[in-house]
Design a protein around this ligand. Structure first.
Ligand SMILES: NC(=O)c1ccc[n+]([C@@H]2O[C@H](COP(=O)([O-])OP(=O)(O)OC[C@H]3O[C@@H](n4cnc5c(N)ncnc54)[C@H](OP(=O)(O)O)[C@@H]3O)[C@@H](O)[C@H]2O)c1
Length: 281
């Protein structure tokens, strides 16, 4: 198995971020050559440096994953510097504050003149709403098309998309992100069925609540306690903590392993401390 992994080339989008930087370090530690994709090259370079310092192979390539031309250019650089992609992890994604409501249900106040820091559904910024959907959906579809084509030409591969608990039921406030992540689960199933004859398995991981730079501010107070929303999430999470990135690695390793997961395609695996299983009463 190890020698098999050592020959593999993994492309990881969103690799400068909290969850996918951990995935990149882990795959490189197992001997794979990894291509780190994101917009901010400085963030990617930090991860690249960590991987190289540990003896691994990594390159950083800046690209907006929702832009076909940019992803094709990135693919050409990766092919030239590392070779063809065998494993694609679509981790790039996220939310935009002005596309997120600050309330859980309709409040007549949202019909009045907009006020700073208060957003109901009727106050959401529609261009940003659309951008969240585009980055989180097309930002997965486009790399699947670009790198999936190489996999199909080369006899197979494995794609892991990053879904969310929103893929199952929408969480309050985050309508655009929720519908996009529901789309990721749906697209994962569609693509898995479509690409099975090409020997490409397509699965997704649905992380529960993991702290990142953005959610840290929403869920934690400066003194290390929980905000109201953070406390609500912990109440609903049977394991009573937020996830940490290494807790995703076992699931990722299994999904990309052609031996132990060779018959697994089209599934979305929650890694959520029991959040989805809990009825909450
Ligand atoms: N953290 C959680 O609790 C959680 C839960 C469920 C699902 N997820 C999903 O897991 C994935 C990783 O999340 P994370 O917590 O690690 O977030 P993160 O730290 O914000 O990382 C996301 C990365 O995606 C990159 N990105 C965003 N838009 C991009 C674009 N258009 N083109 C290229 N790169 C782009 C960003 O890099 P640049 O700034 O360089 O563009 C960022 O480093 C995301 O898809 C997220 O939706 C997270």
């Amino acid at each position: 198995m190890v020698s098999n992994k050592q020959e593999k080339i993994a492309v990881i989008t969103g690799a400068g971020g909290t969850l996918c930087s951990e995935m990149a370090r882990s795959l490189a530690g197992q001997g794979m050559k990894v291509a780190l994709l994101g917009r901010d090259i400085e963030k990617l370079k930090i991860v690249e440096h960590q991987i190289k310092s540990a003896g691994g192979t990594a390159i950083s390539v800046s690209a907006d994953v929702a832009n076909l031309e940019a992803v094709e250019k990135a693919r050409n650089i990766i092919v030239k510097e590392l070779g063809f992609c065998n494993i694609l992890i679509n981790g790039a994604g996220g939310n935009q504050t002005q596309a997120v409501a600050t309330i859980n249900e309709f409040d007549p106040k949202e019909l009045e003149e907009p006020s700073e820091g208060f957003r109901g559904f009727f106050n959401l910024d529609m261009p940003l709403f659309k951008n969240v959907i585009e980055v989180n959906t097309m930002g997965t579809v486009i790399p699947c098309q670009v790198f999936g084509k190489d996999m199909a030409e080369n006899g197979g591969g494995s794609i892991v998309n990053i879904a969310s608990l929103n893929s199952y039921r929408p969480l309050s406030r985050v309508a655009a992100y929720a519908m996009a992540k529901a789309g990721i689960a749906n697209f994962t199933q569609w693509l898995a069925a479509y690409l099975a004859p090409a020997n490409i398995r397509v699965n997704a991981i649905a992380p529960g609540f993991f702290l990142n730079d953005r959610s840290q501010k929403l869920l934690m107070t400066e003194d290390g306690g929980y905000t109201d929303r953070g406390a609500g999430i912990i109440r609903q999470t049977p394991m009573k903590h937020f996830g940490v990135a290494p807790e995703l690695i076992g699931c990722l390793n299994w999904l990309i392993d052609d031996a132990s997961a060779g018959f697994v395609t089209g599934i979305v695996v929650p890694v959520d401390g029991g959040f989805l299983a809990n009825a909450g009463i």
